[in-house]
Design a protein around this ligand. Structure first.
Ligand code: HEM
Length: 224
């Protein structure tokens, strides 16, 4: 019997994109790219280019970048589905870990510049100001996700349990959005918040729509 012929590799724009995304330089470049906002904030702080209130600029900058990377993390699965660029999945973990890293920097800025690392004062502030409590809840929920973002943890938990745990990212998104809303409500300035709410609404809405239409789903790798 003749040996089965190897299937020809798919051609077209999506296969080119997948080839680029799986290139061995793609991951190192992606790591460099996610470090750029940090490098920019750091250089601006050293060069005294953060305006009249550098502490506030750093605190806000790191909070906003945490939210942006959260949006990018949640955009990976829908983008893979719409474009056929399945190799995007290689970058989801990197984006999730980056979100957590910027959230850590944000918390560090708050603990340092606002509270002078006074833990008792931080605890009082969390209990007193609802928008801090909500931000803190989002951060706490991110910890188990970051702690299980490596292959051994995925193997130990098993795909289903890992996937169930990582659905907490939806709660993180809603809490981060509420945190941002509450913070801006004090200034009656919702322009930027509305943009993030629309993006996260679309990304979470797409998932809800897919969950309600299970027959159309094709799952090959754990999705979040
Ligand atoms: C322990 C957790 C957190 C604390 C204590 C905290 C604290 C703060 C504070 C004090 C501000 C106001 C900064 C200012 O007005 O100078 C702020 C703003 C903000 N935070 Fe958080 N936050 C936390 C978690 C998070 C998380 C997890 C995210 C996103 C994933 C986030 C995103 C933001 C955003 C987007 C802003 C608004 C930035 C702006 O107005 O431009 N925060 N946070």
């Amino acid at each position: 019997m003749a040996a089965p012929r190897p299937r020809p590799a798919p051609r077209g724009p999506s296969s080119k994109a997948n080839a680029l995304l799986t290139h061995r330089a793609a991951k190192p470049l992606a790591w460099l790219a996610v470090l750029l906002p940090f490098a920019w904030l750091f250089a601006a702080a050293l060069g005294d280019r953060l305006g009249a209130n550098p502490a506030e600029a750093l605190e806000r900058g790191t909070g906003e970048w945490a939210l942006r990377f959260l949006c990018l993390t949640l955009a990976v699965t829908p983008l893979r589905q719409w474009t056929g660029w399945h190799a995007l999945a290689r970058f989801r973990r990197l984006l999730g870990v980056t979100t957590f890293a910027y959230a850590c920097l944000h918390l560090l800025c708050y603990a340092w510049f606002d509270q002078g690392f006074d833990l008792a004062e931080i605890a009082r502030d969390i209990a007193k100001r609802p928008f801090i409590l909500v931000g803190f809840a989002a951060f706490v929920l991110m910890i188990p996700l970051a702690a299980t973002s490596f292959n051994a943890a995925i193997r130990r938990l098993g795909g289903r349990r890992w996937q169930a745990l990582h659905r907490a990212v939806y709660a993180v998104a809603l809490l981060a959005l509420l945190h941002f809303f509450w913070m801006r409500a004090g200034k009656n300035d919702f322009a930027e918040w509305t943009v993030y709410a629309a993006i996260l609404g679309a990304l979470l809405g797409w998932r809800a729509w897919r969950a309600l239409a299970p027959a159309t789903r094709t799952r090959t790798t754990p999705q979040i």
